[in-house]
Ligand binder design. Structure first.
Ligand code: ATP
Length: 632
């Protein structure tokens, strides 16, 4: 197996080349005979010198006739000599008077100067080499491992030089939940194991399978599990690694990878982040990138080039199927689509079990409570949570991870890391008022998500936060739920106005999110009576940049104005509802502000006690600080 050559080897090769070049250079320079200074003067005195050229102390001499005998025994009309560099003006006349032969030699030019002459070339070569290595870096890194090693410049030959495709050890057991996705790929295992059976019946084997789903839902994991179950080599690369600065390099890599996979068939090729090269072509959006298009074309032609006899399945993953070029999705290419969803409560529990297999857990750990309190978490988030909890236990020097480790790590993933900020008392008071506003409103609204925690400790990007956890998976959002959500969003600002008389910039995020939601309700979901069920959205998610851009408007100015008014009215109405609720429960809100300032963080139970006027929460011990979100 080819190992990465070290920098020392590169240096040795570069030096050897330099020395060789030095010798070649010297050998190719014609040798001009060297004569004594006295001889030169004699020729000059006899009128036999036609031309001299001074280079410091060196004189290059052109003679009128070939008077010099060369080392090889020939004759030359050229010679050179060196003028002695002595300060005593009396010396030369003295020597000449006595007929002494004067000779002088230039200081020998060491090979250092030759090396210096070649230095720019070495540097140019070095930079070129570095660029080349960078350009194959992606494959050089990942495919070194997975295709068994690539050497520099291999892409020029178009060969992947693979000697081992990775044999995946992952199986379907390692993929928790995602039952329907697993069901869809199970058939492929059989095809990879016994392709003849399918061919005998004239069945056209599947070529491309597109795995779609939000980040971290296990697309790569499922592809690996498929290879593991079928026991076939697994070739994997991220599509973004194909894109390099030299046009055509990506295409040559695609060719190399497909060639290698075909040689090792049955096998699986997995292309991650397909959307990075497979976006709709020719839109002008996202840049007309030649390299990207060539690479994409190469993938398409490789898929078309399957004769039907190769048992090679190409799996590709994307988070953005909506931006893919339709050419990729047509029959015969990535025509099988497998969707992976964010895990529901049961799947979250199953994923937590998979990732805590090797983590010793204390007896108080209730994984189902963690699963219940982590809606919206992906498989990757849950894996991270389990790992962070194990690390937290290790930091404590404990032998096992307890519920507190898991709880605090969940909060870290959900709310961000605790920050130490010197918040002034008046600002802290405003913060408590703001959060109490959100909390109180959420507590009293029938359709709001259950409260989980409220805090005025700066975490992540925010100074404080009111956190709610949905008690069930929601696939559609009902209007009354959305309306209550708007009221909760504006509750913080309304509380500031009510209790402090002024508002602050702290509501920036709330106002932005509330406006976005209200606009979607009015312009996309037909939730305004006057506007009705008409799609009047003014912008759309940008398919490539992942943000909104304005779309050409297909409705009148009058309608646009009506939409603006409806959005405004919806937000004003939400503000009024929040105001009415807070006035109704003003004493409880004040109690919550005071408690929050003293305790900084309150869980769902404490919030309930405080707002419903039960026991004095400040006096309560925070023994249930990591309370479950849906306590009865
Ligand atoms: P991306 O779109 O960001 O590339 P992905 O969908 O390919 O993400 P993976 O890389 O497969 O996600 O998953 C990330 C990590 O999350 C993996 O290490 C895997 O162990 C874990 N994970 C994700 N889903 C599951 C699952 N269903 N069961 C067990 N582990 C999972």
């Amino acid at each position: 197996m080819f190992k990465k050559p070290s920098a020392i080897i590169y240096l040795t090769v570069a030096l050897t080349m330099t020395i060789l070049l030095t010798f070649v250079y010297r050998a190719s320079s014609p040798e001009v005979p060297f004569v004594s200074y006295t001889q030169f003067k004699k020729w000059a005195g006899a009128g036999q010198v036609s031309h001299v050229l001074f280079r410091d102390n060196l004189i290059e001499i052109d003679l009128t006739e070939p008077l010099v005998v060369t080392a090889a025994g020939g004759q030359s009309q050229k010679a050179q000599t060196n003028v002695p560099n002595l300060d005593d003006p009396a010396l030369f006349p003295l020597l000449e008077t006595h007929g002494v032969v004067i000779e002088s030699h230039p200081v020998e030019e060491g090979s250092g100067s030759y090396l210096l002459a070649f230095l720019p070339w070495i540097l140019i070569l070095g930079v070129y080499y570095w660029l080349m290595r960078r350009s194959i870096g992606g494959l050089g890194g990942r495919m070194n491992n997975e295709l068994g090693g690539r050497r520099p410049f291999d892409f020029l030959s178009g060969s992947a030089h693979s000697d081992t495709g990775v044999r995946s050890k992952v199986t379907f057991e390692d993929v928790a939940g995602q039952d329907s996705a697993k069901k869809e790929v199970v058939e492929l295992v059989q095809f990879l194991q016994t392709p003849e059976m399918y061919r005998k019946l004239g069945a056209e084997p599947p070529r491309g399978v597109l795995l779609m789903g939000p980040p971290g839902t296990g697309k790569t994991l499922l592809a690996r599990a498929l290879a593991g179950e079928a026991g076939v080599p697994f070739f994997s690369i991220s599509a973004s690694e194909f894109i390099e600065m030299f046009v055509g390099v990506g295409a040559s890599r695609v060719r190399a990878m497909f060639e290698e996979a075909k040689k090792r068939a049955p096998s699986i090729i997995f292309i991650d982040e397909l959307d990075s090269i497979g976006r709709i072509r020719g839109t002008g959006l996202g840049g007309g990138h030649d390299e990207r298009e060539q690479t994409l074309n190469q993938i398409l032609s490789e898929l078309d080039g399957f004769s039907g006899h190769e048992a090679v399945i190409v799996l590709a993953a994307t988070n953005r199927p909506d931006v893919l070029d339709p050419a990729l999705l047509r029959p015969g290419r990535f025509d099988r689509h497998v969707t992976l969803e964010l895990p529901d409560r049961d799947a979250r529990l199953a994923i937590l079990k998979v990732h805590t297999r090797k983590v010793p857990l204390a007896s108080d750990v209730d994984l189902s409570a963690i699963a219940a309190s982590t809606p919206g978490f992906s498989g990757a988030d849950l894996k991270n949570l389990a790992n962070e909890a194990a690390m937290s236990a290790a930091r404590r020097g404990a032998n096992d991870a307890n519920m507190n480790d898991l709880d605090s790590m969940r909060d870290k993933v959900m709310m961000g890391t605790v920050r130490t900020l010197a918040v002034q008392p008046d600002e802290r008071h405003r913060l408590a008022v703001h959060e109490a506003g959100h909390t109180a409103v959420a507590h009293h609204l029938p359709n709001a998500d259950p409260l989980y925690k409220v805090t005025i400790i700066p975490r992540g990007r925010s100074l404080g936060g009111t956190h709610m956890l949905p008690d069930r998976e929601r696939y559609t959002l009902p209007e009354d739920y959305l309306r209550d959500r708007l009221v909760v969003m504006l509750g913080g600002r309304v509380a500031e106005k009510l209790l402090l008389g002024t508002v602050s910039s702290g509501a920036d995020d709330d106002i932005r999110e509330a406006t976005k939601l209200a606009r979607a309700m009015v312009s996309r979901w037909g939730m305004d009576e006057d506007i009705g069920p008409v799609d009047v959205r003014q912008s759309d998610d940008h398919p490539f940049l992942g943000r909104e851009i304005a779309q050409p408007r297909h409705f009148s100015d009058g309608t646009a104005e009506k939409v603006d008014q409806a959005v405004q009215a919806l937000l004003k109405d939400s503000e009024e509802r929040a105001n009415a609720l807070l006035i109704k429960h003003l004493n409880a809100v004040k109690r919550l502000v005071e408690t929050l300032e003293k305790r900084e963080t309150l869980d769902s139970k404490e919030i309930r006690i405080c707002l419903d006027g039960g026991a004095d929460v400040i006096a309560l011990k925070p023994d249930h600080a990591h309370g479950k979100p849906t306590d009865p």
